[in-house]
Design a protein around this ligand. Structure first.
Ligand SMILES: CC(C)(COP(=O)(O)OP(=O)(O)OC[C@H]1O[C@@H](n2cnc3c(N)ncnc32)[C@H](O)[C@@H]1OP(=O)(O)O)[C@@H](O)C(=O)NCCC(=O)NCCS
Length: 190
């Protein structure tokens, strides 16, 4: 598994990802079998179907990741004031997550909210339905300073099988990379 953060410039994200991945997996960027599933999730087809990829953009930055034998999802967000953080958490997060946010001072709450947001969206992007799946159908909790998936809907597989890497890929950017053994993630319902 590997991730990279780059400044995107004018190029579109998929072209950048193609160039980056072709440099690692071989072949030309144009020939990389990068496809989209019915929900818009990028995936790799044969002969690279055992690999997975995900990317996320924020401002001019692009976070991209790939893995072999695992399903992965990445998400990144700019750290900036989020005056509606608590309101959004109450509406879309679980009660446990909202209570955890409330333990933070006003100054620390924006970063905590974004850590949670990125963690949840990273898992949902790995799964493939994105936010449409429901942010309240998975719950993260902080343990020893790191967020871990505590419980989730059965469609996401066993909560304990997920690994979350919290990343700070650039100054003022918060990100997460979620991964699970591809064999442990139930097939996506149509
Ligand atoms: C799609 C979604 C995951 C993107 O998240 P975001 O924070 O707005 O944007 P990010 O920069 O983090 O990620 C964008 C990338 O996610 C990927 N993506 C798109 N659909 C995805 C999906 N269903 N699952 C996983 N990844 C997806 C693409 O690589 C996209 O990059 P692109 O715009 O260059 O094609 C999010 O908007 C979402 O969940 N929306 C709800 C579902 C939805 O509306 N789907 C649209 C098709 S029906």
């Amino acid at each position: 598994m590997e991730w990279q953060w780059i400044q995107r410039g004018r190029a579109d994200a998929e072209s950048q990802v193609r160039r980056w991945l072709a440099g690692r997996l071989g072949g030309t960027p144009e020939a990389l079998p990068l496809q989209r599933d019915a929900h818009g999730r990028p995936r790799l087809g044969a002969p690279l179907a055992g690999y997975d990829l995900s990317w996320s953009h924020s401002g001019d930055g692009l976070l991209m990741a790939w893995a072999n034998g695992q399903r992965i999802g990445v998400d990144c967000e700019q750290l900036r004031p989020r005056p509606r953080a608590v309101e959004i958490a109450r509406r879309y997060f679980t009660d446990g997550e909202t209570a955890w946010l409330a333990t933070h001072s006003n100054e620390a709450r924006d970063a905590a909210f974004l850590r949670l947001w990125c963690a949840k969206e990273a898992v949902l992007k790995a799964h493939g339905r994105g936010l449409a799946f429901g942010l309240d159908r998975l719950e993260f909790a902080e343990r020893d300073g790191a967020l871990q998936l505590r419980s989730c809907n059965a469609a996401l597989g066993p909560a304990g099988a997920w690994t979350l890497r919290e990343l700070v890929p650039a100054s003022g950017v918060i990100a997460a990379l979620a991964s699970i053994d591809a064999a442990l993630l139930p097939a996506l319902a149509a």
